[in-house]
Design a protein around this ligand. Structure first.
Ligand code: HEM
Length: 338
């Protein structure tokens, strides 16, 4: 296992996604939740990514809504299997309804699934019989959107609530910005894209508490990396969390919540180094990044319009990783209606 905390090496690994591949998943929980694009490699990855990409184009995000020892037959494993089949059956029935509607000529561009099916249909029409995704593959992508989108964005929002509850000056600035842009109206996409202060806040929350704390890779053949040659089969871990908290890169205030450090952009804050990558990087950068930031801005703006919030005396600070980084004992925040 090679642990990487050098920005230049992080850049090299992320840029060469065919050499440095994601791990084949052994963990049954991750397997249940995360196959599809996030787990695909080489040609399979580029095929999936090409078909899925249109679903995440910024223009399309304007009106989007997301619908809503392991082989031993223990009670828990049986339940996991049952849940797996139930989820699959329920997604399959949603997809079948959509396909029927599409065949009857109904337009289907209103949400991620519609755009994905549309893009897949176009790919099948243009290519040979190996092109396009099968229904089972579409089901895996839907599960992935749900999990990858839910846990990560949810934790970004939780940590934002905790930090703004602890830093009432930033909470007030964020609320002032929301009222300047929207007044009491429901936030819209154009307005959300103009929220500068909230953007800085999210960048800083993602620096301090990145939902994905490290990226794992492996190599299948001997590979040169920096000055060393690694044998085939080596595992690599790129330490997002450690780099985000590196005093030599960020300065003596590295542990403090200071959104203003991003006021002139990420490049300036990192002095151009690959020392900040909450969404990964290179060709396999998070496909849902813009969607996640838009969704989190929408939720935060609506909360700020309605509540002031403080940290509760019962809050106990314990960042803890169960796949994503989360507050182990919850985010105890007291809301006051405005
Ligand atoms: C704050 C929210 C989010 C964070 C911090 C986040 C973080 C990440 C990171 C670090 C990676 C790269 C993993 C690696 O290189 O090993 C990734 C990939 C991915 N993310 Fe996200 N993500 C977020 C939201 C979302 C959302 C909302 C979706 C979908 C609806 C999504 C879908 C994906 C997919 C499909 C990949 C795999 C892309 C590929 O391998 O080509 N993510 N995400």
């Amino acid at each position: 296992m090679v642990h990487i905390t050098e920005p230049a090496i992080v850049k090299e690994v992320l840029a060469n996604n065919y050499q440095f591949q994601k791990l084949r998943r052994g963990n049954p929980l991750i397997k249940l939740l995360l196959t599809g694009l996030a787990d695909a490699e080489s040609e399979q990855w580029s095929k999936h990514r090409k078909i899925i990409n249109p679903a995440f184009h910024v223009e399309k995000l304007k009106s989007i809504y997301i619908p809503g020892s392991r082989f031993i037959p223990t009670k828990r494993n049986k339940r996991m299997k049952e849940i797996g089949s139930e989820v699959k059956a329920s997604i399959r029935s949603i997809i079948n309804k959509r396909i029927i509607a599409m065949k009857e000529g109904e337009s289907n561009n209103e949400d991620l699934l519609g755009i994905l099916l549309d893009s897949n249909y176009k790919e099948i029409k243009q290519g040979d019989n190996t092109s396009g995704l099968s229904i089972d593959e579409v089901i895996e992508e839907c599960k992935l959107f749900y999990f990858a989108g839910q846990e990560t964005t949810g934790n970004l929002l939780l940590w934002t609530m905790v930090l703004l509850a602890q830093h009432s000056d930033w909470q007030a600035q964020a609320r002032d910005e929301v009222s300047l842009v929207f007044g009491g109206q429901k936030p819209d996409t154009d307005g959300l894209n103009r929220l500068k202060i909230i953007n800085l806040i999210f960048y800083e929350v993602l620096r301090l508490y990145p939902p994905v704390v490290l990226l794992s890779r492996m190599i299948h053949q001997e590979t040169k990396l920096g000055d060393i040659t690694l044998p085939a089969g080596s595992f690599l871990q790129l330490h997002t969390m450690l780099l985000h908290h590196d005093r030599d890169i960020w300065g003596d205030d590295v542990k403090e919540f200071k959104p203003q450090r991003f006021s002139e952009g990420v490049l300036k804050a990192t002095k151009g180094q690959a020392s900040y990558f909450p969404f990964g990087g290179g060709p396999r950068i998070c496909i849902g990044m813009n969607f996640a930031l838009l969704e989190a801005k929408m939720a935060l703006a609506m909360i700020l319009q309605r509540f002031r919030f403080d940290i509760s005396p019962s809050y106990s600070h314990a960042p803890h990783t169960i796949i994503t980084l989360q507050p182990q004992f919850g985010a105890h925040v007291i809301l006051h209606k405005l």
